[in-house]
Write a protein that binds this ligand. Sequence first.
Ligand code: AHM
Ligand code: MG
Length: 335
Amino acid sequence: MARKNQTLGEFIIENQSEFQYSSGELSRLINSIRLAAKMVNHEVNKAGLVDITGSAGEINTQGEDQQKLDVLANDTFIRTLTNREIVCGIASEENDDFITIEGHKENHSNKYVVLMDPLDGSSNIDVNVSVGTIFSIYRRVTPVGTPVQLEDFLQPGSSQVAAGYIVYGTSTMLVYTTGHGVNGFTLNPALGTYYLSHPNMKFSEDGNIYSVNEGNYTHFPQGVKDYIKYCQQDEGDRPYTSRYIGSLVSDIHRNMIKGGIYMYPKSAKAPNGKLRLLYECNPMAFIAEQAGGTASDGHTRIMDLKPTELHQRVPFFCGSKNMVAKVEEFIQKHD
Ligand code: AHM
Ligand code: MG
């Protein structure tokens, strides 16, 4: 039973039996993520104080400018998960290829792989706006005791055993699911402890916030344009409120608390949208569904998509159930 103000450590121990395979390995994995998140939080918080923001002069896999804090967050998560010998493989937005964890023979008996976006929305750091970490956890499908393979990472979202995000916001929160609802923990920075502050988080079935980069409006498919016009019409509970931070984690977090829809459609400029299926959309979709919401690419449930590559992009519509159903209706009218 979730108790408000329970610490994350207590919560993990008390709820271990709810984990699909309660060997303790998944609990240790969540514990490592919580530790790495604390270290990243420390760095993100002092970003304005030291000369750490700005481009590191490297270009990441998707051809985008990589920020120094991206590199730092990536290294922190990879180091923490590798040193503690908990996972057998890691895939990250910041690395072209997946990482096989070996070195000690016994590591190969680890069953889990982690996919992550170590610092999402990092273009927001320079202007002191919230950023986040997103993670997705699977059981490997290849035999334990052998090096991980690409197929261990290219699993449909419906096979996730856990997923979550950390939002480095006005408060730092860790929100995650193991398939038994969604719980949110707030970090008390003075004590370095996360407390259960948002037990059993839920999307309302209807919402009144829509979040989309409307600057791309003219490039959107007709169905999406029509839905945006629908959101703006003065009728019933509309017009809805438009809110777009440009930081996926924060936009979804707000919409889960207040009720709303997040959209990153395909466009003439980005034929598959921008967001990555494996470490942005799938974990957010798992959380959304566990909170009573839904996530779709406009036609298909996100977690039913069969991934074909590590850094695959998909259009993304996620949030309150009836709002996602409505945008799908508009999109499918134009098929
Ligand atoms: P990133 O992984 O390079 O940070 O990109 C993902 C981010 C999301 O957090 C955000 O929702 C989206 O990109 C914003 O994109 P845009 O500026 O095109 O609206
Ligand atoms: Mg990202």
